[in-house]
Design a protein around this ligand. Structure first.
Ligand code: 9J3
Length: 292
C-alpha cells in the first residue's frame, strides 16, 4: 500500500500549490507561443502530485523520496537526483516536486554517507534508476504499470552532479538525459557521454569553480552529443538548490525543457535552447552554449 509522507509544513505547502495548479489543462497546444511555453515551464506544472518513501531499500543509497504525478496519460519517465557533499534531500528536493508536477516520477535520494565521493553517488543514482524501473513492476506501488523503463534521467548537485556525469559517462546506454548542476569532479572527463546533457553552472561558484569543473566537464562531452551549458551571471555554488528560490523559475524551466525535449521527444521545447527563447534570460546568463 502507498504510504503518504507525514506532511511537514514545507511539503504541505508544495502539495497545496500543486493542487491549486490548473489540472483541466494538462496538455499544451501544439502551436503554443514562446511566451506561453516559457511561462508554463517556469512554474509548477499541471499535475497534482504525491510523494512516498515506502519503496524497497537499495544498498547503494540511504533514505529516498519518490515524487509522482496523479492522473497522467501514458507512461512516466523517471529522474534520479543526488545531493552534494554533506547535503541531504532537503537541499535539492524542490526539483522532485517541480518535475513531478510536469509529469515525471522523481526519486530524490540521501547518500549513505553525506561525504561520499562522486563515484559512489554515480552508483547511488544508477541504483535509484533501478528502483524507479522496479516501482513500475511492483504490485502495490503507486507507480505500478506507470513507468517507462526506457526514459530515465540523472541529476545532481556538486558531487552529486559529478555523480550524474559519471553515471552518464558509464551508463549512457541505460539513460536518456543528464542534468548536473554546479558539478564537482576534478579533472572530470566525460568523453563517453552519448546522452543529452545540460550543465548548469554559477559564474561566481567558489566551491566548484567553473573554470576547473563545470566548463571543462561540458567541453569533455563529445561533439555529436546534444549538450547545453547555462551559466548564471554572478551565480554561486547553490544556484539550482532549494535555497535559491528566486531562481527556481529560470532553472526549472531549463531542466523541464531539457527533459521534455530529449527524454520525451517534445520538439516544442527545442526553442528554449535557441536564441529567441534565450532572450528572457539573456541578462541573467554570463555564458550560454548549445551544441548537438
Ligand atoms: O558536493 C560539493 O558541494 C563539493 C564541495 C567540495 O568542494 O568538496 C570538497 C571536498
Amino acid at each position: 500500500m502507498q504510504s503518504l509522507l507525514p506532511l511537514r509544513t514545507a511539503r504541505f505547502g508544495t502539495l497545496v500549490l500543486a493542487a491549486l495548479a490548473l489540472h483541466a489543462c494538462t496538455t499544451l497546444p501544439s502551436d503554443i507561443s514562446d511566451d506561453a511555453l516559457i511561462d508554463a515551464a517556469s512554474r509548477q506544472g499541471p499535475y497534482q502530485i504525491r510523494a512516498y518513501t515506502s519503496m524497497p531499500d537499495a544498498p547503494e543509497y540511504g533514505d529516498a523520496t519518490l515524487y509522482y504525478p496523479l492522473d497522467t496519460e501514458g507512461l512516466l519517465g523517471g529522474v534520479a537526483i543526488a545531493p552534494g557533499f554533506t547535503e541531504r534531500q532537503r537541499h535539492i528536493n524542490w526539483w522532485g516536486s517541480r518535475l513531478a508536477t510536469h509529469g515525471y516520477a522523481v526519486l530524490v535520494l540521501d547518500t549513505n554517507d553525506p561525504r561520499e565521493r562522486p563515484e559512489a553517488r554515480a552508483q547511488a543514482l544508477m541504483a535509484a534508476i533501478g528502483t524507479l524501473r522496479a516501482e513500475g513492476e511492483r504490485v502495490g506501488s503507486p507507480l505500478f504499470g506507470r513507468i517507462d523503463a526506457d526514459r530515465m534521467a540523472v541529476m545532481g548537485h556538486s558531487m552529486g552532479g559529478g555523480g550524474a556525469l559519471l553515471a552518464a559517462n558509464g551508463y549512457s546506454d541505460e539513460l536518456s538525459a543528464a542534468i548536473p548542476f554546479t558539478s564537482w569532479q576534478p579533472e572530470g572527463n566525460f568523453s563517453d557521454i552519448s546522452i543529452p546533457t545540460l550543465v548548469i553552472a554559477g559564474q561566481a561558484d567558489d566551491i566548484a569553480p567553473v573554470a576547473e569543473h563545470a566548463w571543462p566537464h561540458y567541453l569533455s562531452i563529445p561533439a555529436g552529443t546534444p549538450k547545453a551549458f547555462v551559466e548564471l551571471e554572478d551565480g554561486d555554488h547553490f544556484v539550482a538548490n532549494n535555497s535559491a528560490s528566486s531562481l527556481h523559475g529560470l532553472m526549472g524551466r531549463y531542466g523541464i525543457a531539457w527533459l521534455k525535449l530529449h527524454m520525451d521527444g517534445d520538439e516544442r521545447y527545442r526553442r528554449f535552447f535557441t536564441d529567441s527563447a534565450r532572450q528572457p534570460d539573456a541578462a541573467s546568463l554570463s555564458r550560454y552554449e548549445f551544441g548537438e
